[in-house]
Design a protein around this ligand. Structure first.
Ligand SMILES: Cc1cc2nc3c(=O)[nH]c(=O)nc-3n(C[C@H](O)[C@H](O)[C@H](O)COP(=O)(O)OP(=O)(O)OC[C@H]3O[C@@H](n4cnc5c(N)ncnc54)[C@H](O)[C@@H]3O)c2cc1C
Length: 527
């Protein structure tokens, strides 16, 4: 039967990868009359077919990879297992199902078996550092950001041609295609195709990414890299990965309930017999999971480690003077309602602030719900959640604000803000404080950050110091990892970035003097 005719949007088990591990898992699920589909971005058994001779697979002595692949294929057809040629880009467990996103569609499953093999496509030099800062693996997700701009599309496999064509024809991106595979690419006329050559390095220079080629550097706005596989950690967030391999227990369960892994993806030896055996164990685990339901959720570890709690308790005890209030806007589940999936970050931020506030009697937390306390949110200008406002108890409209989870490096900025509000001691120089007296019109500072950016908290501290110094200044940290639309609106590819009254302050180091000049220019009445 035509796979398209068999296509459904939900299955008992989704198998990712049509290699020996995936086929073994799928056969074992189908044998128990449960619904199953196999997804693979490439033709089934592509790797198996490469083996000129396979001397060690029982029953098939010295068969060629091609012969064994044909036998696998026949078995799949006999069991009427649907195969869809779609590359999986994300596996996301939600409350009672697992959502699988591909380059074309979205599917629902009760359990998933990852049988994605290993990738031999080593990163280019500089690639890892630029991921999310100009390098993307998902043209479908990020292509729109580059409409009307020029990108390089580096593809390790012919399947990249389709995505590059979509970028060029449907999304209006100017594409320079760099094939790293043999054969002539077939691309629309608008796509410029370069000769096959592995770039020596990718690096950023100003607003551009330079692709270093033998003929000289190619400067583009972004680079899309298309590989046969997605690293397991990127495929399923929360999965444990060790040295590139998915960590599993003896039942092939991963750290994510309902997600199993098998074959080369779980580690050496990279062998067909091992892949087939693990595929079966993973399928049996998935079938058991379907019968018995969810594994008990492991107890959530505290947001603050014991050692951090001890240090913070001491710091707050020794250094806080006046009380400080944290006002938090999140989104709670109403009685009888499943937790709202759109705001996992709210849960994370809420837990962190609750634990933080419990460390000192002088630190209080008012936790509000964005849906039920919408009027309060509107009055305070809270337009996105999670939001944390730092002020004194009862203060009208606190102007030191964090949008996104104030975790990672940003937690240091939150702590310093609490101490600064509590002591009233500014981090700004006496000259800056004196100059700030001239500010008499509202100024809005926004610092675009990510939790993994070590340079961001200093810029956040600086902006918040200006908010503390003048009742006319409001300063926000905005974690663009939680609110990517903000990064897109300002067309930024790197953080930190300072936005003053809606306009980017521009490149160059940001010190107190430069920000003061910008704040005065925006907020001081000119003579
Ligand atoms: C030349 C050669 C000779 C070999 N000879 C032997 C031998 O003699 N004996 C032996 O035992 N083994 C041999 N092997 C190794 C054997 O082929 C592998 O161990 C085996 O194929 C692993 O099976 P697997 O199912 O885990 O992964 P794979 O066969 O690699 O299959 C994984 C599949 O997952 C797909 N995939 C990856 N990411 C995604 C995604 N994001 N979305 C959708 N699909 C995805 C890939 O396209 C691929 O089709 C040989 C390998 C090679 C290359």
């Amino acid at each position: 039967m035509d796979p398209a005719e068999q296509k459904s949007s939900s299955y008992d088990v989704i198998v990712v990868g049509a290699g020996p591990a995936g086929i073994s898992a799928a056969i074992n699920v189908a044998n128990r009359k449960r619904s199953v589909v196999v997804l693979d971005g490439r033709a089934p058994f592509s790797k198996t077919r490469l083996a000129p001779s396979i001397p060690n697979y029982p029953g098939f002595q010295y068969s060629s990879g091609e012969e064994l692949a044909s036998a696998f294929q026949a078995h799949m057809e006999r069991f009427e297992i649907p195969f869809l040629r779609e590359k999986v880009s994300k596996v996301m467990p939600s409350e009672d199902e697992i959502v699988v996103f591909t380059d074309r569609d979205m599917y629902h499953a009760k359990a998933v078996v990852l049988a994605t093999g290993v990738s031999r496509e080593a990163d280019l030099e500089g690639e890892a550092e630029l991921v999310g800062r100009g390098v993307s693996y998902c043209a479908n997700c990020d292509g729109r950001l580059f409409a009307g701009r020029e990108v390089a599309f580096i593809s390790y496999i012919p399947e990249g041609e389709e995505e590059a064509a979509i970028l060029s024809e449907d999304l209006g991106v100017s594409v320079i295609y760099l094939p790293l595979y043999k054969g002539d690419p077939h691309l629309p006329e608008g796509v410029q195709v370069l000769p096959r050559e592995r770039p020596a390095r990718l690096r950023r220079e100003g607003d551009k990414i330079l692709v270093e080629l033998a003929s000289g550097p190619l400067a583009v706005d972004a680079v899309f890299v298309h590989k046969a596989s997605v690293a397991p950690g990127d495929l399923a967030e929360g999965i444990e990965v060790d040295d590139g391999h998915v960590v599993v227990d003896r039942g092939m369960s991963t750290a994510l309930p309902g997600v199993f892994a098998a074959g080369d993806s779980t580690g050496e030896p990279y062998q067909i017999a091992k892949a087939v055996g693990e595929g079966q164990v993973a399928a049996l685990g998935a079938l058991r999971y379907l019968r018995e339901g969810r594994r008990p959720e492991p107890e959530e570890p505290p947001a603050l480690a014991r050692e951090d709690r001890e240090n913070l308790t001491r710091i707050l005890r020794d250094r806080m003077v006046d009380p400080v209030q944290l006002t938090f806007f999140g989104q709670k589940a109403a009685a009888g309602e499943a937790p709202v999936p759109v705001c996992d970050e709210c849960r994370e931020a809420g837990r962190l602030l609750e634990e933080f506030a419990s460390l000192s009697d002088k630190l209080s937390l008012v936790a509000l719900d964005y849906r039920t306390d919408l009027a309060a949110a509107e009055e305070l200008g809270v337009v996105r959640i999670p939001a944390t406002l730092v002020g004194t108890p009862g203060q009208e409209g606190p102007r030191i604000r964090f949008f996104g989870v104030p975790a990672g490096y940003e937690f240091g900025a939150l702590l310093d803000d609490v101490l600064a509000v509590s002591t009233g001691v500014s981090r700004l120089s006496a000259e800056t404080l004196a100059a700030m007296a001239a500010v008499s019109r509202p100024v809005h500072l926004e610092v675009l950050t990510t939790p993994t950016c070590p340079r961001c908290p200093d810029v956040v501290r600086l902006a918040h110091s200006f908010a503390l110094a003048s009742p006319f200044v409001t300063a926000d940290m905005i974690a663009v990892s939680d609110f990517p639309e903000v990064a897109r609106a300002h067309n930024v590819l790197s953080v930190p970035q300072m936005v003053v009254d809606g306009a980017l302050l521009g490149a160059g180091p940001l010190d107190e003097g430069r920000l003061l000049a910008a704040v005065l220019s925006a907020g001081a009445l000119r003579p």
